[in-house]
Design a protein around this ligand. Sequence first.
Ligand code: HEM
Length: 504
Amino acid sequence: MLSFTLTPRCSLSFLGNHPSGLAALFARGAASGIAALLLSASSYAFYKWYRLSHVPGPFWTPYSLFKLLSRGRMYEDLPALDRKYGPLVRIGPNIVMYSDPETFGRVVGVRSPYTKGSFYSSVAIPPLVSNVFSVTDAEEHKALRAKLAGGYSGREHGGFEPAIDTIVATFISLIESRYISAPGASRPFDMAKRAQFFSLDVVSAVSHGRPFGFLRRDEDLHGFLADTDMYWPLLALVVCIPGLTGLFSRWPFRLAMPLVDDESGAGAVFGFVRDSVTERLGSGKRGEDMLQSFIDAGMSRYELEQELYVETLAGSDTVATAIRMTLLCLLTSPATYAKLQSELDAAAAAGAISRRAGVPAAVPPATGLMTKVVPPGGDTVQGYELPGGTELAVNIVGLMHRRDIFGEDADVFRPERWLEGGGDGARVRRMVSAVDMVFGGGRNTCPGRTIALIEINKLIPELLRRYDMAIVRPEKPMRLFHGVFWVTNDFFVRFTRRETGQGP
Ligand code: HEM
């Protein structure tokens, strides 16, 4: 093993026999250099602090973003920030956060002068290589989105439903074959893992025509989940804290990050995507999937690999979180659960199954900062002057908990609020448009929204119609770490067949 130690021998010995003269000169030079550096660093820090010092925020502002991310309880910290400090909160030297729909509309609007912030460029794979999410140049982004549009619309390859139906059927087969509980025989099913097996299989089936096989093998293939669970908390810090991205893209820090060439974890899944692209381009055969639409739109091999991989990352954890949280909310609200189940039964009996499930407003699955940069001339947001270059982040969790939109009981899972007053009118329209913001807006609206909603709206009703579900450990339904990414584990659910015999 190599070890490097600094010994007194290596101190100023190269100055030879004149230590008092040259060494003193050197030491004085070094001391003034350090003093100058410290002075300019502290002036810069003061300048950074001063230019946004009028925006309220925790007194530990320089560290608040770090604290938010590392505590892992953003789902409760973000609404609390909003309620304590008001509509605009400073969470970092150059980052302020808003939580109102009006600012959201203005900032993300199609003609908005705001540009993508540092959060985006840090999501390049590998760092510093662009894809539709990470690219910050507006024209480049527009061109990429145009190439992706046909594939994401589903129009060019027969839509997403057939592939999603197949994966839902695989999910049901898995439960039927191994996880039906009965009196005296409990067979807990870890929904935390399986929800993501489901979303990963769907995303690979719709994007390149073959599911990864997580559900069929009922196994965390290549340790993908174990790998991402381990990396998400670190990755959250790296992508959200400006400065860390640059650091972690350099040797030796970059060795701490997942690499696309790794043989296990996220790297192995990237390998699977790359093989699919190589095979398709090499064979010359056409497919009925998004990959084919992207090829037809003229994307290069390199672009195809990047976009399919981004799609895998963007479309798996988010959908899995939506499924887990929707189920958690339903399973802990027995009256709502029973009502939904009987509505689904009635609709099925009438041959008109409706898509009632959805993303519960209070638990948005994509909670990245999605910072946008204030244009050079500056802007006024919620009455605060913001200088050009300030990064403006959306507090999407805070937005989903706003009492002026969702009512005084905004923190409570109570879907009946959507039906009150006839389920229409200005109040409901405002809630609907707020909830839609979980998918972003304007130029950056999530292109996978349709796919996500089909997945959620197919799987959840199917489970409710076929089974009675119960949480195995009511005192601790799941383990959760929420620092931008949701790391969810041990959500054990018990399935029993329904006595009414609903289902296929
Ligand atoms: C419930 C599930 C999902 C939620 C809540 C969600 C939310 C979001 C949000 C908030 C953004 C960023 C908007 C912004 O930059 O301001 C985004 C971008 C994106 N999403 Fe989703 N997403 C979901 C599912 C999916 C799925 C299933 C896919 C793919 C199959 C997908 C692919 C993407 C891509 C490629 C982008 C980058 C778009 C761009 O920057 O132009 N997402 N999503």
